[in-house]
Design a protein around this ligand. Structure first.
Ligand code: IPD
Length: 270
């Protein structure tokens, strides 16, 4: 419990790197769908499960008093006040199709009722993209880095020339909702990217390679780590309104100025 956020970020990086190497090994050995979740297109592979287990075991060993929340079902109550929120493979569809954008996301969080959506705020995080060998990390107040080098959000505040990242959930309902938002935003921006991993998208926003990002319906493990990385790189995270209520399922990430313009356009407010 007396570990600094910087040390927690170092631990997250070590574990994310190990998990990333394992993910590539498993991919090389061949990959099949183990199960589906919210719909037939929402997939889980054996690698998702094996890597969640690997990460959970490593965290349990290093930090036995912490809680853990994992995408593939881990729910461990802790006593230290820190809960790790993890996604063993964010971008499972890319992983299955051997498209390179997928990432391991590991975040140390603390309870904060004012935090985006789920009432937890990241204090240290690592997001590792094994195919590009990019390690993104951040800790509260310590800035954000890509492979150890400081990163910063884009300085482009003009929506008309912006490259905007987004994603679609896996249920028909989510897809139809996104279609409606996309219809408003696509004509107003340079272009849209649906890269396929929200964690990676947020890191791309943090590094200024996307001008901003928005998505409806993300789960805490998709953004817990990368949201801190984006914030530490200068981004703001906003929901529907200034005071984002818990459970808010729509998130805009980027420079405070562009995210407000983007939000108005996406919501058809102007
Ligand atoms: C998904 C990816 C995708 C986003 C979906 C997520 P998963 O996570 O982040 O980009 O659009 O909403 O569910 O299922 O690959 O871990």
């Amino acid at each position: 419990t007396h570990t600094s956020p910087q040390q927690l970020a170092a631990l997250a990086q070590t574990i994310a790197r190990t998990a990333g190497a394992r993910i590539l090994e498993l991919r090389a050995a061949g990959v099949t769908v183990a199960a589906t979740k919210s719909s037939i297109v929402d997939m889980v592979t054996e690698a998702d499960r094996a890597c969640e287990q690997l990460i959970v075991e490593a965290l349990r060993e290093a930090r036995p008093d912490d809680g853990i929340l994992g995408e593939e079902g881990t729910g461990i109550e802790g006593t230290s006040g820190i809960t790790w929120v993890l996604d063993p493979i964010d971008g499972t569809t890319n992983y299955l199709y051997d498209l390179p954008a997928y990432a391991v996301s590991i975040a140390a969080t603390v309870e904060d009722p004012t935090a985006f959506a789920d009432g937890r705020r990241g204090i240290a995080a690592a997001v590792y993209s094994p195919r590009s060998d990019e390690m993104f990390d951040a800790w509260q107040g310590g800035g954000a880095r890509r492979n150890g080098e400081p990163i910063r959000i884009s300085g482009n505040l003009d929506l008309a020339t912006s490259l905007i990242g987004t994603g679609f959930g896996y249920t028909v309902e989510r897809k139809l909702e996104q279609l409606e938002l996309l219809q408003r935003v696509l004509p107003r921006v340079r272009d849209i990217r649906r890269i396929g991993s929200a964690a990676y998208d947020l890191c791309m926003t943090a590094a200024g390679r996307l001008d901003a990002f928005y998505e409806k319906g993300l789960q805490p493990w998709d953004y817990a780590g990368a949201a801190l990385i984006a914030v530490e790189a200068g981004a703001e995270i906003v929901g529907l309104d200034e005071a984002t209520p818990p459970g808010e399922p729509l998130m805009f990430v980027g420079h405070p100025e562009i995210v407000r313009t983007l939000r108005d356009v996406v919501l058809g407010r102007e």
